[in-house]
Unconditional design. Structure first.
Length: 221
């Protein structure tokens, strides 16, 4: 299983060469079936449509599974709207997969959720719906928060290097903080978990300037 963009929890996106050479070659040469998870972060990396890895895998021989979620964009988190796309290695294989999917669909929910129409409308009229502008605003805000946090930590704790946070993408990042350090930060950095993952999107600029950066600087001394 591979994340198409904005990996949760690390925030690390493979480079174009890694998608083209390393990932694709590794998976296909071993006869594995790639399952690409386009989770809920479309648009939070560099743009709305993270299709590059999907298209690269689809251009190679063999089956392909793609799971898409429309929870965070276009903001249907409580509605459980998504899609499963299967690319068969042949027409016969695709037909057999489709027959199995129909049986599963009939058993599980019979009819798809009505919210799918809203998703289809947004995707079909991307510019008219203003989705690109709104996502761009959110994407830039998250990047600004990352930048502010890194700059403030550079001032408060010059001995530590947090520049990797700027290279990460999406709503989450691995901070590099230990479990003990996170525990000491709980009251200030509530989006952090024991592994050191933080929800960057939940931070405010004022927090980064003051409490969050200052608190992190204290625990890493």
């Amino acid at each position: 299983m591979l994340h198409a963009c904005c990996h949760n929890p690390t925030g690390v996106d493979p480079s174009e060469s890694q998608w083209t050479d390393d990932h694709r070659a590794f998976v296909r040469s071993r006869g594995l079936i790639p399952f690409i998870d386009i989770a809920v972060y479309q648009g939070f990396n560099e743009g709305w449509n993270p299709t590059a890895p999907v298209r690269r895998f689809a251009a190679t021989p063999g089956p392909l599974f793609i799971a898409s979620s429309f929870s965070k964009s276009p903001a249907l988190y409580g509605e459980q709207v998504g899609a499963l796309t299967i690319v068969g290695a042949s027409k016969d294989e695709a037909g057999r997969a489709l027959s199995q999917l129909k049986r599963i669909i009939r058993t599980n929910y019979s009819n798809p959720h009505a919210w799918r129409r809203l998703v289809a409308s947004v995707l079909g009229n991307y510019r008219a719906a203003g989705a690109g502008t709104e996502l761009g605003t959110m994407r830039e805000r998250i990047h600004t928060v990352r930048k502010m946090l890194v700059e403030r930590l550079r001032q408060l704790a010059p001995q530590a290097d947090f520049s990797f946070v700027l290279r990460q993408r999406g709503m989450f990042s691995y901070s590099g903080l230990t479990r003990d350090q996170v525990e000491r930060l709980r009251r200030v950095l509530r989006g952090a978990i024991d592994t050191g993952r933080i929800c960057v999107a939940a931070l405010q600029l004022a927090q980064c300037r003051a409490r969050v950066a200052q608190s992190i600087a204290k625990v890493i001394v």
